[in-house]
Design a protein around this ligand. Sequence first.
Ligand SMILES: N[C@@H](CCC(=O)N[C@@H](CS)C(=O)NCC(=O)O)C(=O)O
Ligand code: FES
Length: 169
Amino acid sequence: MARSLSNMVHKGIATSTHFRLKLASGFGFHQGLKFSTRITGDSDTHEDFRPTSNLQDSGITVQDVVMQDVKENQVMLYIKGTTDAPRCGFSALAVKVLQQYKVPISARNILEDPQLKEGVKAFSNWPTFPQIFIKGEFIGGSDIVLNMHQNGQLKDLLNDIDADSDKAK
Ligand SMILES: N[C@@H](CCC(=O)N[C@@H](CS)C(=O)NCC(=O)O)C(=O)O
Ligand code: FES
């Protein structure tokens, strides 16, 4: 026999239906919880370390940023800290080596932006910093650039870069 809504409410069935609906809508909430759990579990995306860039809302991906960086800057570094104040010996070494040459050096501090940090790693498929790009090509880290400095390859590579240039040809 079909039961009327008032009957269902009276018998408490509608209440339990309502409860189920609340649970159903709570599912979305659950997904929200799952999402925040995932964020909290990743130290780089914990809210205390939230990126300072606005990439998330801009529609521009980190890959776009890196592609543009390496296209526009003949010597492009992704480092920990800045070229004036590196925050790691590896980054400091890369900067020091490259500063032996009269070429413009551009750099981004990956410590300021966890999204950029992970994006650069994904872009180059290289797990550590510093990361050095010269004339659009990924070179490697500080040990590689030091080695290239010592064996003369770096001089050859940087040879045609104008000291005043800041754009790729
Ligand atoms: N062989 C590399 C070593 C660099 C390295 O070990 N970097 C570490 C410590 S700064 C790193 O970036 N680890 C991954 C990370 O911090 O995300 C080089 O000479 O550049
Ligand atoms: S930050 Fe510790 S080795 Fe680079």
